[in-house]
Design a protein around this ligand. Sequence first.
Ligand code: AMP
Ligand code: GLY
Length: 426
Amino acid sequence: MKLLLVGSGGREHALVWKLKQSAKVDKIFCAPGNAGIAEQAECLPVKGEDIEGLLKVAKEKKVDLTVVGPEAPLTLGIVDRFSAAGLRVFGPSQAAARIEGSKAFMKDLMKKYRIPSAAFATFDSPEKAKAYLKKVGAPIVVKADGLAAGKGVILCQTLPEAEAAIDQIMVKKEFGPAGDKVVIEEFLTGEEASFLAFTDGEAVLPLASCQDHKAIFDNDQGPNTGGMGAYSPAPVVTPQIYQQIIDQVMVPTVRAMKAEGAPYRGVLYAGLMIGKGGVKVLEFNARFGDPETQPLLFRMKSDLLPLLEASADGSLKGMKIEWHDQPAVCVVMASKGYPGSYEKGFPITGLPEANALPDTFVFHAGTALKDGKVVTAGGRVLGVTARGKDIKAAIDRTYQAVKKIRWDGAYYRTDIGRKALVRKRV
Ligand code: AMP
Ligand code: GLY
């Protein structure tokens, strides 16, 4: 089979790496890809948002299945466009991708179908939003309604901070039209986990549990990023919590989407807060997580391709996934300055040495080739990933690999996976 992978991050490199191992796969194209992906797939210079351009290459290259990594093409309707043209594609329709594309849609859905989530209110004027803030007080969470690359969520400890957040989103329009509406949410406490499941609109097939690290600095300090590291499994998801997630979140959400006339096919990602009151949904994403996909696929023993095909074709019922028992950890190495502004173009050294460690692989995110050398080309640059006999061994091996890699201004968190270690001791 010939595949087209859409995207250019660490998630897409992990997908290409895993799909390349499938006996059924003859060739993978990736649009636009990165320097690491280029070693395993043919990269094509078409952007993820260029739906017509992607359709053209999918037809030209006689692609059998297109797999969409990021949210932007999904919310632009790539799945509807490809399906209408008779092409097979993995991912939700534009209507179903609203579960990520509009926080107001997602929150209304959860309220209607009693899916546990933070209390909230939605506003389309800053004055009304501020009047509401005065009523409910702080701490509180202020979110831009639309897509803002994971940065449109502002956690506010005080009322003035919350008012400033409203101005940032609705008045200064720092996230553009994503800030036309604002969602104000109850501040939840607890420990976060990411939970992903394949679904064909009916059947729900969960992946292993995992946990992301959203903040830029150690101990979850500083602004949020797209994710600075992840590990799987996440011990915060006990067997009891796992069952709650399936029964109260994943299955009801898939049913709700069908009942709303927007059946969800693809991978559904729930960002969860696990606290005293049980499980609550922070957000849904209409795609694989990044960096969660790196440790998840590093632990997946089963062939990924039949799972993607079954989700796209509606034949997921009865399928199973096998996992390595060993935990996997991914540490993101980023450019100095990320998630703010940063410079690009620094040569990266030590990649072969890191990849030579056992059960270790360096997934590329923001990298490019310049004069035959791998250079930095984005905020999140690499996702260094390893397995170990237990979580401690996996963490140690991952950081051993990280320390072999260098460039001018490389930054990474030093505490990825620590929550799993601490939890084990209690
Ligand atoms: P979101 O993109 O909505 O998942 O938000 C990004 C991050 O902000 C989450 O991973 C949480 O760390 C934090 N967050 C979002 N909503 C809340 C909330 N209601 N209470 C506490 N933290 C939150
Ligand atoms: N790692 C968070 C996300 O993929 O949205």
